[in-house]
Write a protein that binds this ligand. Structure first.
Ligand SMILES: [Zn+2]
Length: 234
């Protein structure tokens, strides 16, 4: 079977090319990666294939510690989420927790429907159904289904941030070392992440005439008003 005929074969061959490219670009890259991790960001996001955190943040392996589940639900009794938070906050000492929902979320759409999804999924989505019930009037007033799903995704992030802010490990890290907690939405249609201004701090907004910088090991791309210029690092 040829690589282009099978998605897993294609993925493996793509990985091979990527590893060779990274090693060529920076001979120390994998040596450094293998020596340990010190990520500064814990990302809690949706499992959706369109929301790969490291890719959409323009970051690299080693930059983000991750937990993703369907519809980025932060439930206090979920031992999986809790273990990731404990390790990232208590051991890796991350500086930021980012809880990020997204537009066009299938989980959000399912929670807005009265139909059963089946299997364990209805149970998993219960917290999101609770969010729906608590904001039923506001959500029903939004006619466009995609806009309604985008709104419940925001409300879901708000609910998750409340759970995070009540987590004793998170509370200690905020108090003792100023860790920050952010609630965001990733807009699939534009590729941009919007800070909802909830959590520990105010809203983080990029200035109107800011330079958008993508830093690589050997070069960085600077976008000024949408135009890219590459600066090669020495
Ligand atoms: Zn989703």
């Amino acid at each position: 079977m040829l690589a282009h005929e099978d998605s897993f074969l294609y993925a493996l061959s793509s990985n091979n090319a990527w590893a060779s490219y990274k090693a060529h670009q920076n001979p120390e890259f994998f040596h450094k990666l293998a020596s340990g991790q010190a990520p500064e960001i814990l990302w809690l996001g949706c499992s959706d294939s369109r929301c790969p955190e490291t890719t959409i943040l323009g970051l690299q392996p080693g930059d983000v510690f991750v937990h993703r589940n369907i519809a980025n639900i932060v439930s206090p009794t979920d031992i999986n989420t809790s273990a990731v938070i404990d390790y990232a906050v208590g051991h890796l000492k991350v500086k930021h927790i980012v809880l990020c929902g997204h537009t066009n979320c299938g989980g959000a759409m399912a929670a807005l429907s009265d139909k059963r999804v089946g299997g364990v999924l209805d149970t998993w989505l219960l917290p999101l159904k609770t969010v729906r019930l608590a904001h039923l009037e506001e959500l029903n007033a939004i006619e466009d289904l995609k806009a309604r799903a985008a709104r419940i995704a925001e409300l879901n992030v708000e609910a998750g941030i409340k759970v995070l802010m009540c987590n004793p490990v998170v509370q200690e890290a905020i108090k003792e070392r100023g860790m920050q907690v952010h609630g965001c939405i990733f807009d699939l249609a534009s590729g941009k992440i919007r800070d909802l201004g909830i959590g520990t701090g105010g809203k983080v907004v990029l200035g109107a005439h800011h330079d958008e910088v993508v830093r690589g090991k050997h070069a960085q791309l600077v976008f000024t008003n949408g135009n890219a210029a590459m600066a090669v690092k020495s």
